[in-house]
Design a protein around this ligand. Structure first.
Ligand SMILES: [Mg+2]
Length: 214
């Protein structure tokens, strides 16, 4: 028995907080964004930090869920190309991440039955490095990064482009993510099935939810 319809063909995973969890990497991402805000506005790091934090609080739809750094920088009028460059220079996932054999086994199992995708607000290069470090970079048909539409999640227009690129009816997709407003709310509006995950271990229930246990 499947918790979802039988028509699912494409699984679309968020990356950060969904395929892996790492507080230190999250902190490096935030520091890189603060540095970008500070440099582009001629502010000190401390001032940059408050500008970014205030903007995130202001943009938050739910106080428990801050908007993504990319979205916040976008709303602050910063160039997303500089955002991606800042991440590439200042974020070092190799210091924190290692191969995750359990995740790799799960994705390889699912890969035989579905088309797997990543949809992330990270840049293509950093996303690729993270997936390679986790040992799962060969599991996905495509990685939709910030460069795809230059519109950070949550974004209805970028989502439409992604759906058109993959192709298929709404019920042929399943979106999986750790943040409802960022990853799942826009797909839900289109009638796409979603799975919220609060921790990477929760991904392990995917085969039974999809009704494809071996
Ligand atoms: Mg996430």
């Amino acid at each position: 028995m499947s918790a979802f319809g039988k028509d699912i063909r494409s699984l679309v995973f968020d990356l950060d907080g969904t395929l892996y969890t790492c507080r230190e990497l999250g902190e490096q991402l935030e520091e890189a964004a603060i540095c970008l805000v500070a440099e582009s506005r001629g502010l000190s790091m401390e001032q940059g930090r408050s500008v970014l934090q205030d903007a995130r609080r202001l943009l938050a739809e739910d106080p428990a869920e801050l908007p993504p750094l990319s979205r916040t920088c976008f709303e602050l009028g910063l160039d997303l190309r500089s955002f991606i460059r800042a991440l590439e220079e200042k974020v070092h996932p190799e210091r924190f991440l290692q191969p995750d054999p359990e995740l790799a086994a799960l994705l390889r199992f699912l890969q035989e039955r579905y088309d797997l995708y990543v949809y992330t607000n990270n840049g293509f290069f950093l996303a690729g490095r993270i997936l390679a470090l986790l040992g799962v970079d060969d599991c996905f048909r495509h990685v939709y990064s910030l460069e795809f539409a230059w519109r950070p999640k949550p974004d209805a227009e970028a989502l439409q482009l992604l759906l058109a690129d993959i192709g298929g009816l709404p019920e042929s997709f399943l979106f999986i993510g750790d943040r409802y407003h960022v990853d799942l709310r826009e797909p839900v509006k289109l009638g796409i099935p979603v799975l919220p995950v609060n921790a990477t271990e929760e991904l392990l229930k995917l085969p039974s939810l999809l009704g494809v246990t071996s």
